[in-house]
Design a protein around this ligand. Structure first.
Ligand SMILES: Cc1ncc(C[n+]2csc(CCOP(=O)(O)OP(=O)(O)O)c2C)c(N)n1
Length: 644
């Protein structure tokens, strides 16, 4: 469907066009940009509230700075829709997040205006500082480097590492702190309290006005940037910095807070800051979902609402006539509460994903036993390890992709110390429309190589429940091993998922169907594709055996001995990277025990797989039901090709 931009927006192909407009037309442009985002996202989906909240900031930044030479780095990048629309991608914007279409995040390959690729949070300050220092080294003293980071993303250690370094340099860096008091869920922690404090403090607000008055005066009289800075500093220091300012203590000049929806003011302030060299931070206050009533009201729901009717605000839900299987995350959330009701030692930890992981169910039911620690994956793991040393049974739920951040903590703080922390890795496998920054492609490989680590993957809801039950059982908790359970985004296969809980023997596989000639070994939910493939194959008289391996580590060696003794054509299937993953583990077993078989492995290749529907990506990589059937056919029709 063609979406028509407003008259003014229609004239903007690049920020060059924008910079030709009189400042007085910026409010109209902002209105049209906001409307365009609403029009497109309501029909095609995507992130929503964050982009609406930075419409004015986006417009002012491109108006004032000389992008793309000035480097503009968006943190996370889920708020960069306005940026994409103003930087030559308006006409393609309806392809956003679709297979083959624009990426939902800034991406260097996609545009010169995307100075840094993102998806994970809190990288912007370090990246912008790196660019600023590189500019200095290359003799460019005038280029600007701007990191736009939300208050949620500011809670991560990485952001502080960047600020700590920046404050010790004279690099030309502007950090714009986009403070909307929200992460995906309400922002948490002491930093949030601090930001609220400065925002509401009368002293700060008085000084803010004085500072801007001064800046205004000096700019008009054409004083040098240095003079302005020294005046500003005197003004700030004389009145407000007798109280401590976190950012000033880190040697970053602090400006603000200012209204992030007043585009005129924003443009003036940014123009002033452009003349001030060195590292500095501008605190901007915005409203997530600004300009769309329902999104302002329920900011978590409208972070990424799916398709909706823009007139009524009704979010479109698919309707079904038969009962549907639940999402894995909801099975996790509900089962966690069920287990925690039986065992007072059970606690839950999530780094800023209460809604996304469904840990919010426990946070509501047992507020003192479920912890949202902010965007802080490393802390989440070490905090869990600390609790485990004192006998708590910790379910630490982290998306597979974000667990990449906390790898050292898993090894150093959990596994070396033989602590039985339970890791639930949601969104394992392809994340879908969020793309390569969010795919959970590597966890099987990076978890299974750590000593004292069990790696399990459920094929359905019942297995997820039983794995959670097993992980919390005395068998595991009195042992010395951490227990990882990885499961995908989306629905399972069992509408009646509330099955009785049962302890599973660790490292035991399950024979789904016996067969002949070829053995299919699957790990996790994609085993359901094998079931479909086998139905097709049966019609052709091909009857492979299918084993749901359940564990990538420890492997069910007894089962594998039987398999290698009975079959010489074996297919492994996983929704993880082929290098070092589950199929590799099977090959290691084969080599270690001197078996010879033709083994074909399906999984994620050694390549960056872009965004698209999960099914599209499974198909692309050849491990959907069709891909599995093809691979079995290929194996069936070829000789075992085993050379002795
Ligand atoms: C390392 C990492 N952990 C978690 C996430 C998931 N995530 C995406 S956006 C977001 C909230 C970011 O909040 P903020 O920076 O304040 O931006 P806002 O959405 O409020 O505009 C989170 C937690 C992520 N992208 N990266």
């Amino acid at each position: 469907m063609l979406i028509t931009p407003g008259n003014l927006l229609a004239t903007i192909r690049t920020p060059e066009d924008l910079r030709k407009l009189p400042k007085s037309s910026l409010p109209q442009l902002c209105d049209e940009l906001r409307q365009y985002i609403i029009d497109v996202v309501s029909i095609y989906g995507g992130h929503f509230g964050s982009s609406l909240g930075v419409v004015e900031l986006t417009t002012a930044l491109h108006y004032v700075f000389n992008t793309p030479d000035d480097q503009l780095i968006w943190d996370v990048g889920h708020q960069a829709y306005g940026h994409k629309i103003l930087t030559g991608r308006r006409e393609n914007f309806h392809t956003n997040r679709f297979y083959g279409g624009l990426s939902g995040f800034p991406k260097r390959k996609e545009s010169d205006y995307d100075a840094f690729g993102v998806g994970h949070s809190s990288t912007s300050i370090s990246a912008a500082l790196g660019m600023a220092v590189a500019s200095q080294l290359q003799g460019n003293q005038i280029r600007n480097h701007i990191a736009v980071i939300g208050d949620g993303s500011m809670t991560a250690g990485l952001a502080f590492e960047g600020m700590n370094h920046a404050g010790a340099t004279d690099a030309n860096l502007l950090i714009v702190l986009n403070d909307n008091c929200m992460s995906i869920d309400p922002n948490v922690g002491a930093l949030r309290e601090y930001l609220t404090d400065i925002t509401t403090s009368p002293t700060y607000n008085k000084v803010k006005d004085e500072v801007w008055n001064l800046l205004g005066k000096f700019s008009t009289f054409g004083k040098s940037a240095q003079e302005i800075v020294s005046k500003v500093e005197t003004a700030i220091k004389s009145s407000v910095l007798s109280q401590s300012n976190l950012f000033e203590s880190l040697n970053l000049r602090y400006f603000g807070p200012i209204d992030g929806h007043d585009v005129d003011r924003l443009a003036d302030v940014l123009a002033d800051l452009k003349t001030i060299p060195g590292p500095k931070i501008l605190h901007v206050l915005t409203v997530k979902g600004k300009g769309y009533g329902p999104a302002e009201k329920d900011q978590t729901k409208w972070h990424a609402p799916g398709l909706f009717d823009k007139l009524t605000g009704e979010i479109k839900k698919k309707t079904f006539t038969t009962p549907q299987a639940p999402k894995y995350q909801d099975v996790f959330g509900n089962t966690l509460v069920e287990l925690a009701e039986q065992n007072p030692r059970i606690v839950g930890v999530t780094p800023a994903m209460p809604s996304g992981s469904s840990m919010n169910i426990m946070m509501k039911a047992m507020p003192t036993r479920a912890f949202d620690v902010g965007i802080a994956e490393q802390h989440a793991v070490t905090f869990s390890a600390g609790m485990a040393t004192r006998g708590e049974v910790v379910f630490c739920n982290i998306y597979s992709t974000f667990m990449q951040r906390a790898y050292d903590q898993v090894i150093h703080d959990v596994c070396i110390q033989e602590l039985p922390v339970i890791f639930c890795l949601d969104r394992a496998g392809f994340a879908g429309a969020d793309g390569p920054t969010h795919h959970g492609a590597y966890d099987i490989a990076f978890m299974r190589c750590i000593p004292n680590m069990i790696v399990a993957a459920p094929m359905n809801e019942q297995e997820l429940r039983n794995m959670m039950f097993t992980a919390a059982s005395d068998t595991v908790q009195k042992g010395k091993q951490a227990y990882t359970i990885r499961y995908p985004r989306g629905e399972g296969v069992m509408p009646n998922w509330k099955t009785p809980l049962e302890e599973l023997p660790i490292g035991k596989a399950r024979l789904v169907q016996d067969g002949e000639d070829v053995a299919i070994l699957t790990l996790g939910h994609i085993g359901n594709y094998a079931i479909t493939a086998m139905k097709h194959l049966a019609k052709e008289g091909i009857k492979p055996a299918h084993i749901d391996m359940r564990y990538a580590k420890p492997l069910d060696e007894a089962m594998l001995h039987q398999v290698f003794q009975r079959f010489n054509k074996i297919l492994t299937v996983e929704d993880g990277c082929l290098m070092g993953g589950f199929g590799s583990a099977v090959l290691e077993f084969m080599a270690n025990h001197g078996y010879m078989a033709r083994v074909k492995r399906l999984g994620i290749p050694d390549a960056i797989v872009e965004h698209g529907e999960q099914l599209e990506l499974h198909h692309e990589c050849g491990f959907d039901a069709d891909g599995i059937a093809d691979a079995v056919r290929e194996l069936s029709y070829t000789a075992a090709r085993v050379h002795v």
